[in-house]
Design a protein around this ligand. Structure first.
Ligand SMILES: CC(C)(COP(=O)(O)OP(=O)(O)OC[C@H]1O[C@@H](n2cnc3c(N)ncnc32)[C@H](O)[C@@H]1OP(=O)(O)O)[C@@H](O)C(=O)NCCC(=O)NCCS
Length: 337
C-alpha cells in the first residue's frame, strides 16, 4: 500500500532578533504583559530594509529538509507552499520557491489556510501520494509577518505575537502494509469567523479600487484579531479535533508520544494539554523563542523537536494540530518508523 513518510525536515529563522523589550521601545507594551499573556519572550524578523520574501525563508528551510532527505530539486514532483504572507499579491510564493530551487516545470501549489496551512499542505501531499499522482512532495510553511504589522499602539495586540520563519518537510511515498507515516487527518473550517482574524486590504471586492488612501486611514491594511474569541475557539476545538482523529484512527490519548501544536499562544497550548489530561513532556512548544510563525510554526517545531531528541524517529506516534484564521483547524496523526 502506498503511504506517505517524512524523509527530512528543515527550518530557517531569519537572524534579526526582536525582544519584547525592543518592542516596548516602539509601542505601548511590556515584556511582562507579553510573557504573561502569550509566553513569548522574543521573535525574529527579517533584516529591516532587506528584500526578503516568504519564498526566501522557504528556500533555506527546504534546502535543509532536502539535504536530510537526500533529495535533489529535480526529485520533487510537487511543491506545496503554505503562507498568509506571500512574496507579492499574485502569483503565489510556490512559483518563486520553485525558480529559486532551479526548477522550471515542477508544479507549485499555494495554500492559504494560515495557521492550519501546513496541515492542509501535508494532507494534500498525502492524497497526491496515495493516489499515485506524486512520489515526492515538498511541503513548506513560511511567513514574513514583520513587514505587514501595525507597529503603533493601535496594533499592539497582534504585533507582539508574530515572528518570521519557515519550516519544510520532504514527504515521500513508501510501500508498506504497516500503519506508518501519515495515518490520519481531520481538517475543518468555519467561514463565519473569517473576520475574527483577517488582513482585509487590498481587497478585490471593493470597486473601483481595492486599495485607496482613504481606506488606509483606519489601518485596514494591517491584520485585525478578536483575540479573546480566537482564544476561546482554540481551547475548545483543539481538544475536540484531537479526540476526533484518535477515534477515526483507532488510537487513544495515551498512545500519543508527542503533540506538536501550532504555536499561537503558550497559554492556549497549556489549556489544550490540560484538557487532554496529558503531562507537559507530551507537548513541544517553542513559541517562547520564535513567536507565532503561522504556517511555519508546525514544521519549525517538528524539526526542532526531532533535533533535540524529543521525538524518537524510530517509533513515536506524533500528533500535529492547529487552529487559526479562517477559521480553520485540524490535526494530522503521524507514526514514525
Ligand atoms: C492576543 C491575546 C494575547 C490578548 O490577550 P487577552 O488576555 O485576550 O487580552 P485582551 O485582548 O482582552 O486585552 C486586555 C488588555 O490588554 C491590552 N493589550 C492588548 N495588547 C497589548 C500589548 N501588546 N501590551 C500591553 N497591553 C495590551 C488591551 O488593550 C486590553 O486593555 P484594556 O483592558 O485596558 O482594554 C490573546 O487574546 C490571544 O492570544 N488570543 C488568541 C490569539 C491567537 O491564537 N491567534 C491565532 C493566531 S493564528
Amino acid at each position: 500500500m502506498r503511504r506517505s513518510v517524512i524523509k527530512g525536515t528543515g527550518r530557517y529563522i531569519p537572524p534579526h532578533l526582536v525582544t519584547n523589550d525592543d518592542l516596548a521601545k516602539i509601542i505601548d507594551t511590556t515584556d511582562e504583559w507579553i510573557q504573561q499573556r502569550t509566553g513569548i519572550k522574543q521573535r525574529y524578523w527579517i533584516e529591516p530594509g532587506s528584500v526578503t520574501g516568504s519564498s526566501d525563508l522557504a528556500l533555506e528551510a527546504s534546502k535543509k529538509a532536502m539535504d536530510k532527505a537526500g533529495w535533489k530539486p529535480e526529485d520533487i514532483d510537487l511543491i506545496i507552499f503554505a503562507t498568509l504572507s506571500p512574496d507579492i499579491f499574485f502569483p503565489g510564493s510556490g512559483v518563486f520557491l520553485q525558480t529559486k530551487l532551479g526548477l522550471d516545470s515542477t508544479p507549485a501549489l499555494d495554500i492559504r489556510q494560515q495557521c492550519t496551512g501546513f496541515l492542509y499542505g501535508i494532507t494534500t501531499a498525502d492524497a497526491y501520494i496515495r493516489a499515485g499522482i506524486a512520489d515526492r512532495v515538498l511541503v513548506v510553511g513560511a511567513e514574513v509577518h514583520s513587514t505587514g504589522l501595525d507597529k503603533t499602539d493601535r496594533g499592539r495586540d497582534v504585533t507582539v505575537i508574530f515572528g518570521d520563519g519557515a519550516g519544510a518537510a520532504c514527504i515521500e511515498v513508501c510501500e508498506s502494509d504497516e500503519e506508518i507515516g501519515i495515518i490520519g487527518h481531520a481538517l475543518h473550517a468555519d467561514g463565519k469567523y473569517a473576520e475574527s482574524l483577517m488582513l482585509e486590504l487590498p481587497a478585490s471586492r471593493y470597486s473601483p479600487e481595492r486599495l485607496t488612501k482613504e481606506m488606509m486611514v483606519d489601518g485596514r491594511e494591517y491584520p485585525k484579531m478578536d483575540g479573546s474569541r480566537i482564544f476561546k475557539l482554540a481551547v475548545k476545538k483543539l481538544p475536540e479535533v484531537t479526540h476526533e482523529i484518535l477515534e477515526k484512527t483507532g488510537y487513544t490519548i495515551n498512545d500519543l508520544d508527542m503533540i506538536i501544536p501550532h504555536q499561537a499562544n503558550l497559554r492556549i497550548n497549556e489549556f489544550y494539554l490540560q484538557k487532554l489530561g496529558l503531562p507537559p513532556e507530551k507537548m513541544f512548544n517553542n513559541i517562547q523563542k520564535y513567536g507565532n510563525t503561522t504556517a511555519g510554526s508546525i514544521p519549525i517545531a517538528l524539526d526542532e523537536a526531532i533535533e533535540l531528541g524529543k521525538i524518537d524517529t524510530s517509533k513515536d506516534l506524533v500528533l500535529l494540530s492547529a487552529l487559526g484564521a479562517g477559521l480553520t483547524w485540524g490535526a494530522v496523526l503521524y507514526k514514525f518508523s
